[in-house]
Design a protein around this ligand. Sequence first.
Ligand code: 13P
Length: 281
Amino acid sequence: MSQSLTALLKNYRAQQRCLAGFNINDIYDLHAVALAANELDLPFMAMTYPPVTQLNTTRLCRKMVDGFEHIANNKIYLHLDHSTSVDLCKQAIDDGYDSVMIDGSHQSLKENIAMTRAVVDYARSANVTVEAEIGKIMGRDVVVKSEDDYLASVADVVSLYQEAGPDIMAVGIGTAHGFTTSAPKIHFKRLQEIANAVACPLVLHGGTGIADEDIQKAIKMGIAKINIGTIVHSTYMRETHKEISKDIANAYPPLIMQEVLPRVQAVVLDRLKAVNKHLVK
Ligand code: 13P
């Protein structure tokens, strides 16, 4: 199953296409993403951050995504996002995730290679796709002082790729997680150098703040997966708050979600269109 995810992403890189991954938290935002993906008849990746799996278990997340088989028209690939723990990656692999990310980007290159290698070795027999990270994605608690702190060096990318063997690689090229005060300056020159140096599909993080034209430019250079999170969960939380505040004493979850879900769906559809310009008339 996941062998086909790696194959799909390789094909996407060759065809200059890109799979959208959305950070999801529960059945409601997953439902909204699935309905939006149906509108464009696309597969997508449902990505759980470690706090989601810690609260709910990777097993339940797997079952939740399985439960959407009759709702989604295309495949949903379940992915563990930004795990800094090798053990959590192994747990997700055991519980049937299609893909895991081991994020050793805050460690030394040597330690990053060792962590990534450990997950790659474990994932092989289960045919699970492994994403590694090199360089840093800014935003949240990641403080950088200079370009050297976040920009992935081509030599380091090649070392991690050759010595650890991940299937796909997230590279720090100037994007940031979450909302930013100004559009991030993406280092396209470095992205091109990295794409020339490694054949694997590349991953762009921080999808919320990236301009549509930059998304398209990055896809043409080898980005085959993009991660989108904050715009989805912040819409979900804001719109839920808005609805609950109208009559807190009588707030009833299914009725609230009936209002909120289409609004999250609209935001997801907008991002799917930005990623899949070829499908937009
Ligand atoms: P945003 O929250 O900026 O969309 O980034 C998501 C992400 O990169 C998850 O790995």
